[in-house]
Write a protein that binds this ligand. Structure first.
Ligand SMILES: Nc1ncnc2c1ncn2[C@@H]1O[C@H](COP(=O)(O)OP(=O)(O)OP(=O)(O)O)[C@@H](O)[C@H]1O
Ligand SMILES: [Mg+2]
Length: 135
């Protein structure tokens, strides 16, 4: 236990002959804001992809708090609270900016599709809770 929110240990990502991330180690302390900077092609997006599970690391280890997430799916990492945006934003054009953000809060919903279509109380309660989260 390091007290870090995220601990990356000797993480490498290889695309065929190209080593995009070469044994990266870093530690993000709790209650902090950190940034990764580097020139085009340095491997920043690759690192984010590996941390969030969009791609698998070739080697190394990633811990989120006390949990080894190295081999977890992106969905499982999301359930633990890891969230991201993408470099190509892929926004839903018909939705407002606020509703686009709300899409990302889907994992907090406690009601399903049918409940939403029928506007059942459970779904309406979830809508209210989501609005409070994004407020
Ligand atoms: N899916 C992939 N397959 C093969 N090569 C890839 C893949 N994704 C990234 N690369 C290569 O890995 C290297 C790192 O790319 P990456 O997109 O991580 O860089 P970046 O730091 O995010 O760059 P930028 O500042 O332009 O966003 C580049 O040489 C890129 O061409
Ligand atoms: Mg990038």
């Amino acid at each position: 236990m390091t007290g870090a929110v995220l601990t990356v240990t000797e993480l490498s990502v290889r695309f065929g002959g190209l080593l995009a991330n070469n044994e990266i180690s870093m530690l993000l302390p709790a209650q902090s804001i950190s940034a990764i900077v580097g020139p085009n092609g340095a491997g920043k997006t690759t690192l984010f992809n590996a941390i969030t599970g969009a791609i698998r690391a070739t080697s190394g280890r990633i811990d989120f708090g006390d949990v080894d997430i190295t081999n977890m799916s992106a969905t499982a990492r999301g359930r633990l609270g890891i969230a991201r945006t993408f470099q190509n934003l892929s926004l839903v054009e018909d939705l407002s900016a606020v509703d686009n953000i709300t899409v990302g809060l889907g994992r907090f919903r406690r009601s399903g599709l049918l409940s939403a279509m029928l506007s059942l109380p459970r779904s309406l309660r979830t809508d209210c809770a989501t609005r409070r989260l994004r407020a």
